[in-house]
Design a protein around this ligand. Sequence first.
Ligand SMILES: [Zn+2]
Ligand SMILES: [Zn+2]
Length: 162
Amino acid sequence: MLYCTVHPTVETTLRCNKCGRPMCTRCAVKTPVGYRCKECVRNQQQVFYNATPFDPLIQGLISLPLSAVAAALIGLLGLGLWGWLIAFWAGSAVGVFIADIAHRAVGKRRGRYSWLAVAAGIVLGALPAGLFVGFSIGWLIYIVMATSGAVGRLRFGGRIRL
Ligand SMILES: [Zn+2]
Ligand SMILES: [Zn+2]
């Protein structure tokens, strides 16, 4: 009988098909090439990041003006209940849109901090718009929805299909 490497008290019959270590069902991750331990999966994902050090900078700079325009438009509309609904729906869509553009702008290379750069660009870009059209609730909803939309799009890299 084998014991899980991470949980030495848990008996198991599973082994990671990459490094061969025994692992329990809690530690096993199902991948397209079979069950692997969390460490091997993590290493695999690290190799998958292929961005250059400048990519996050480029992505932040691209997100900024796009977000500024969107925040100004949505901020102007974002008065009253309908405005909030528009901000809620459009904010998320704009976030995904900006994330896609930022992703393409760097040749679809994946960076560990792309999501952070784009999120920063979205928030910083929205600030002058807020000063200009007022810090409305619609404007605030836009920031939250756009940021989470973009982060969701970029952060879970493997699931992005463009
Ligand atoms: Zn392994
Ligand atoms: Zn375990």
